[in-house]
Write a protein that binds this ligand. Structure first.
Ligand code: PXL
Length: 284
């Protein structure tokens, strides 16, 4: 069997465990070749740190793609996250078009913000651009902040009613994707997790776990990477969401128990063995 090759398109935050420093080890751990296209290089991520460096790699995308085209490279999946500039949206859309084959699956995590706010590095026009990239995807993995910005919906704090989230899932049908997984959803105080819907089959579900107080950086990327790794390993959407939620909760729990500075991300490394075992067990 051919080994699966995916392209992860995110920034490299050198320190702080998010984006590529998370996607690469997690996706690789389940036996998938994870190639990377770095969108920017930062000394740390932008959450909770000041004075970080930021090198935008927009100019490198076309030459990198041109080289890959000489190699006749096609990717079995794309997993895009934090983009380094507004211009990168179109460049990444073109790259996806040109380096896909018929069976390629495109996962887009429209990394832009959280808790009702856009990250400081993104201007107000960014959500409309990111929406266009989402419309190219097979699977999108937004949080409710990102979805609200892209849909022009007012962001409201949870806990939510199931009717409200159903209406959001239904409205998001207009993106034209096959599947959506929304992270950071709560239906009752003290519980949080992810909801998902497959628009083709109608399969819908939620995976909720006890909420761990505090804000932990990079957990969206840990979740997204674990989800992509599990889906691309052949797991059903509901199994993949469950595996990814449990891996993320385990990472947060380990970090909370260690009492480390939460700006440095979560200890996902200690959960990789269980993640791999969980994916393998559900594959059979
Ligand atoms: O985890 C999302 C993310 C990715 N990349 C950078 C970030 C953030 C969130 O703050 O700053 C650079």
């Amino acid at each position: 069997m051919n080994q699966e090759r995916i392209l992860a398109v995110h920034d490299i935050s050198c320190v702080g465990r998010c984006s590529l420093t998370v996607a690469l080890p997690i996706v690789s751990s389940v036996g998938i070749e994870c190639s990377v296209l770095p969108t920017a290089v930062l000394s740390t991520h932008t959450g909770g740190f000041t004075g970080f460096t930021y090198r935008d790699l927009t100019e490198d995308i076309v030459p990198i793609e041109e080289h890959w085209k000489t190699l006749d490279l096609k990717f079995d999946a794309f997993y895009t996250g934090f983009l380094g500039s507004f211009e990168q949206i179109d460049l990444v859309m073109k790259l996806v078009d040109e380096l896909s084959h018929e069976g390629t699956t495109v996962y887009v995590d429209p990394v832009m913000g959280d808790k009702g706010n856009l990250y400081s590095v993104f201007g107000p026009d960014f959500p409309a651009g990111m929406r266009r990239l989402c419309e190219k995807a097979d699977v999108i993995i937004p949080n409710l902040t990102e979805l609200s910005f892209m849909m022009g919906r007012e962001y409201v704090e949870g806990p939510y009613t199931r009717e409200y989230i159903d209406s959001v899932l239904e409205d998001a049908r207009e993106f034209g994707v096959d599947r959506i997984v929304i992270t950071g959803i709560s239906f009752e105080e003290g519980m949080v997790g992810a909801v998902f819907l497959d628009y083709n089959t109608g399969e819908k579900g939620e995976v909720m776990r006890p909420e761990i107080p505090g804000y932990y950086h990079g957990t969206g990327d840990v979740f997204g990477s674990a989800l992509v790794g599990a889906c691309e390993s052949g797991l059903s959407l509901s199994d993949a969401v469950e595996v990814a939620v449990d891996f993320t909760v385990g990472s947060i729990t380990r970090t909370r128990e260690a009492g480390t500075d939460i700006r440095y991300g979560v200890n996902f490394e200690g959960g990789l063995f269980d993640y791999i075992s969980d994916v393998r067990a559900r594959k059979n």
